[in-house]
Design a protein around this ligand. Structure first.
Ligand SMILES: *[C@@H]1O[C@H](CO)[C@@H](O)[C@H](O)[C@H]1NC(C)=O
Ligand SMILES: *[C@@H]1O[C@H](CO)[C@@H](O)[C@H](O)[C@H]1NC(C)=O
Ligand SMILES: *[C@@H]1O[C@H](CO)[C@@H](O)[C@H](O)[C@H]1NC(C)=O
Ligand SMILES: *[C@@H]1O[C@H](CO)[C@@H](O)[C@H](O)[C@H]1NC(C)=O
Length: 344
């Protein structure tokens, strides 16, 4: 038994003795493997921690991109930081953006007014977007279009891209605005859109402008192209040489209808943040353009337009049947339209 035991031990001694170096080797390999494992683990941990750091940063960028300007609480609704899909706002991504819409009627100076606004480096007014019927098919297409404009993703010649501080459009009352007024007011009031009403005081002048403009659509005396707005006094003279004849039986009902429509629009949209402007006042009083820039909270600048007024001076020279018109309007609330004039 003891022998066996001894043999056994000897056996193990004998058999183990020559393997001693391999045990050391094994220890070395094991230590090496452990070190490697530790090293890999530490790299993994580092990557995980940096990744979570990035994750946190991303979340912060999305939730709190910019230091909001110091403004009163009610105004917060009107300050936006759009993140356009089509480009990056780069260094101006923390400049707040205001949303606006110019609500007007045809031939009220809104085209001219819009060129003035667009001469401001930080203002993008994208024109009469809803003159295209499919965009005002129903409230969903209207909202979709507005969302795109206000997200700065509507690219027109007016787009100023990254440093836009006020973005909007020109919208005529008869382009779905009155029809869908309830939903549109709700949109304006929830999205924080400011409105600029632009009307014309002298509705008789407006009527003459409409008649002349629709005549031009067919006659096209300017080298066969229809022009609603002109850039030279030569072109203005050619367009003003056409003198419309006004149907005096329809004159008063027509003026009254326009008056009622604008009053209705003001009533529908009265709950919005808005400013009311008149074309004639902007011509006469340079403070009005300052008021608009204050209203949009953009820095004050000198605004310029290349457009030239078509019908200048006294109205009597711009219509065929002036005497009839005078007779129709004398003694009515619209009599002043015959006289009021301005220089430009
Ligand atoms: C709105 O009009 C668009 C385009 O014509 C149409 O695809 C859509 O189904 C309409 N939506 C509703 C709610 O009527
Ligand atoms: C206006 O635009 C200029 C030039 O792109 C830019 O430097 C400036 O920050 C903008 N101002 C505002 C108020 O966004
Ligand atoms: C018509 O075109 C010619 C040549 O392009 C130009 O010189 C002329 O001024 C144009 N006339 C008007 C009325 O615009
Ligand atoms: C010009 O407009 C401002 C406000 O926009 C007004 O305070 C001022 O009285 C006006 N000036 C004239 C001459 O009408």
């Amino acid at each position: 038994m003891a022998d066996d035991f001894c043999l056994c031990i000897r056996d193990t001694i004998i058999t183990k003795a020559p393997k001693k170096p391999s045990l050391v080797l094994r220890m070395i390999v094991l230590t090496f493997a452990m070190l490697c494992g530790l090293y890999i683990c530490s790299i993994c941990l580092k990557q995980i921690s940096t990744r979570t750091n990035f994750g946190l940063l991303n979340v912060q960028v999305i939730q709190r991109p910019c230091e909001p300007p110091i403004i009163e609480t009610w105004e917060k609704l009107y300050v936006h930081y759009p993140q356009p899909k089509t480009f990056s706002r780069d260094e101006c991504k923390c400049n707040p953006v205001r949303y606006f819409a110019i609500l007007s009627t045809q031939r009220s100076g809104s085209g001219w007014f819009e060129t003035l606004l667009n001469s401001h480096i930080n203002v993008s007014s994208n024109g009469e977007i809803f003159s295209v019927k499919v965009r005002r098919t129903n409230i969903s297409t209207i909202v979709e279009t507005l969302d795109k404009i206000y997200n700065l993703d509507w690219l027109t010649s007016a787009s100023k891209n990254e440093c836009t501080a006020a973005v909007g459009l020109k919208w005529m009352l008869n382009q779905g605005l009155m029809q869908h007024h309830e939903e549109i007011v709700e949109y304006f009031n929830t999205k924080g859109v400011s409105l600029i009403f632009l009307f014309r005081r002298n509705l008789l002048r407006r009527m003459i402008s409409i008649l002349a403009n629709s005549y031009d659509q067919n006659a096209k005396p300017l080298n066969g192209t229809h022009k609603s707005h002109v850039h030279s006094s030569h072109e203005a003279e050619i367009l003003a040489s056409y003198k419309p004849t006004i149907d005096t039986t329809l004159l008063i009902p027509n003026l009254r209808q326009v008056e009622e429509m604008t009053a209705k629009a003001l009533e529908y949209f009265k709950s919005t943040q808005h400013i009311i402007l008149y074309y004639e006042d902007i011509i006469k009083n340079s403070t009005k353009l300052k008021d608009v820039q204050d209203f949009l909270r953009v820095p004050q600048r000198d605004l310029k337009s290349q457009q030239v007024k078509i019908h200048k001076g006294s109205l009597s020279q711009h219509v065929e049947n002036w005497d009839d018109i005078q007779r129709a309007l004398n003694g009515t609330p619209y009599e002043s339209f015959l006289h009021s004039d301005y220089n430009m």
